[in-house]
Design a protein around this ligand. Sequence first.
Ligand code: ZN
Length: 439
Amino acid sequence: MTATVSLRDELVDLLQRLIRLDTVNPPGNETAAAELLREYLGDNGVACELYARVPERANLVARIRGHAGGARLLLLSHTDTVLADAAEWQLDPWSGELRDGEVWGRGALDMKGQVAASAVTIASLAREGFEPAGDLIFAACADEEVGAGFGLQWLCEEHPETVEAEYSLNEGAGDRLELGGRVFYVCGVAEKMSSPFRLRVHGRSGHASMPAIADNSLVKAARLVQRLGAFAPEPRLEPEVVAFLEAVAGSVPDPSGALEAARALDPLAAEVIEPLLALTVSPTMIQASHKRNVIPAVCDVTVDCRLLPGQTQAEAERIVRAQLGEDDYELEWLEAHGGTRSPLETPLWEAVSSFVADCEPGATAVPVIVPGFTDSHWVRDRFGTVAYGFFPLRAMEPETAARLIHSADERVRVDDLELGARFLRHAATSVGDPAASNA
Ligand SMILES: [Zn+2]
């Protein structure tokens, strides 16, 4: 009992100290967080090292060496946050105040809470003399929110040996959902690819007082935007969605009936799978004339587009062009990030599902594709790491958490911090060590 209480206090204290360091990215200044963690881990006898492309943006990697050449487990996290407008908040975003069982502040959910839980996991195991079969690694990385090449991407390129692992746990999922009267915890095993494109529409400029003599590219773009707004691509069932539907609904419908079947079970189930059935397009930015009285010759529409894992831009382009029809535009892909997946039947999945079954009787772990993307794709791409996004949230409603992330009044329940640390300790002591998981 005493041990549990102190773990809880240790988590709160470390999270409060992390929140009080402003690591809004840009500029980041993650070295402040890395140094705090180095001091905390050093006090607990955990070896760690800072790696930085520039001095003020350090990544921390800590490690308990494995003794039997077993599989390595990497606890992945990021220490930077998005910005916060203090005027919108009820409390100072960098106060780290503990109020009514919740720690308040920017990053509490995304993701200094999980940083603290990961650090306390490795520190508490080190104190107990834990000897893993394979290395237990904790990485607190810079620059996840912007991705300008100072964080995990850079570590994978410049110091790959520090973060190479067979298994990894990161942010991305862990919500507790009640669907059709049963309880499920979602685990992110794959991610959609962020693959925005730009439509460039050409016309002919002219004086705005005489529209007939010009060809207004903005007006032409409007009909393309409307077609994108009406986009309803043919659904298909990825293996993760099949597994989700099997667990939740007990059967797998045809792709065309999947959304309705999920809705019949629970509207929330439909909400979860809807973005996972096909690529999505959201036009978000438009640029045309810079002068009110000049009809624009060129109009650019930027479209946020998310592909299914494994889907190629060439395939997506055929689908998008079919929707846009014959018209006068150029389509240019701007970038491509993520879109990776990890297999489902692994010792790491076993650790997630056994923890869920144990922490809440009757509850089941189910896989999902994360509609956004996280740093997990760097290690999946580089090392073939089995990387899942899972940090269980039980005390806080998923709708509440979704509303607070990247928004005002972000906070985490201490009960959830403790649950998360318990999960990470469970994973660390079972993955890569079959004897422990059978014990
Ligand atoms: Zn995050």
